[in-house]
Write a protein that binds this ligand. Structure first.
Ligand code: RIB
Length: 288
């Protein structure tokens, strides 16, 4: 069960990321479905999960296209509403050759996720479900989602990305907190984040570290040639959620997450790069 953002990504590849004040010429503009929430739902669905998305898009061409795309990927979209007043979320993505990127999100309808979405979650959530959420929707809604999940006995994976809304605030009580290195620093580093029941810090090409209480487990990366890191973190979270939902251990869930993230980095764009179980088998001999 994913409660989160649905965006249309406008992506362009450049030789070198522009510095502030620079103008650079890039390749052809690509319009690709994205949004951390939607990517995570699709990542889980492509690996075999029964995934449901709760979110909001605009009543515009992007909104209809985004919902249709999720449906094609087998995600249950009955929890996605069309906002009458706000446009669909859009992310402006610039990718440097070699994989580094910058992402600027205009949240649009995602900023309006609130009580309606929490009520939709409450109506369908079952004990033993895994709820996944991120910070591209209002923090109050994320906290209400977490409270609702706890009340109904479901587990929560919070991907604290982007981390800005949580900086300097108490950490929500979740089962698994997932951040990248930069977000971990923003939020006070593993020492402070260790208050989470389980913390995963993803390190890109270096794999991931899992912290459970005082236990620290390094999970090795899958080596690939990176083309674009966009949505690698989302693939990680979706795969981890699938693994937890079917009862895998946390370490195994992180291993699957590493494989899914690495596979995603081998292709350009968010949605098209999320792997299927067949891709993981072919690339790494991993069974999802
Ligand atoms: O994590 C990648 C995603 O972040 C992109 O698809 C973009 O929409 C932003 O939400």
């Amino acid at each position: 069960m994913v409660v989160g953002s649905v965006n249309m990504d406008l992506a362009v590849q450049v030789e070198q990321l522009p510095r502030p004040g620079d103008t650079v010429l890039g390749e052809r503009l690509l319009t690709i479905p994205g949004g951390k929430g939607a990517n995570q739902a699709v990542a889980a669905a492509r690996l075999g999960a029964t995934a449901r998305m709760i979110g909001r898009v605009g009543r515009d061409a992007f909104g209809h296209e985004l919902v249709a795309g999720l449906r094609e990927d087998g995600v249950d979209v009955s929890g996605i509403g069309f906002d009458p007043g706000e446009p669909s979320g859009v992310a402006l993505i610039v990718v440097e050759k070699g994989g580094q990127n910058t992402v600027t999100v205009a949240p649009g309808a995602n900023a309006r996720l609130g009580a309606d979405e929490v009520a939709r979650l409450r109506a369908v959530l079952r004990r033993r479900d895994v709820v996944v959420t991120q910070l591209e929707i209002p923090l109050e809604t994320v906290l209400a989602v977490i409270a609702c999940a706890h009340e109904l006995g479901a587990r929560v994976v919070l991907n604290a990305a982007p981390s800005g809304a949580l900086t300097g605030r108490p950490l929500p009580d979740v089962d698994v907190l997932v951040v990248n290195e930069r977000e971990a620093d923003d939020l006070g580093g593993p020492a402070r984040l260790g208050a989470a029941k389980a913390l995963v810090v993803t390190l890109g090409a270096e794999g991931s570290v899992l912290y459970e209480g005082h236990r620290e487990t390094r999970v090795d990366p899958r080596r690939v040639e990176a083309v674009d890191a966009t949505a690698a973190g989302d693939a990680f979270v979706g795969a981890l959620a699938l693994a937890l939902a079917r009862g895998d251990s946390l370490v195994d869930a992180v291993r699957l997450g590493n494989a899914a993230g690495a596979a995603t980095a081998t292709k350009f764009g968010a949605r098209p790069s999320l792997p299927t179980a067949g891709d993981l088998k072919r690339l790494f001999g991993v069974t999802a």
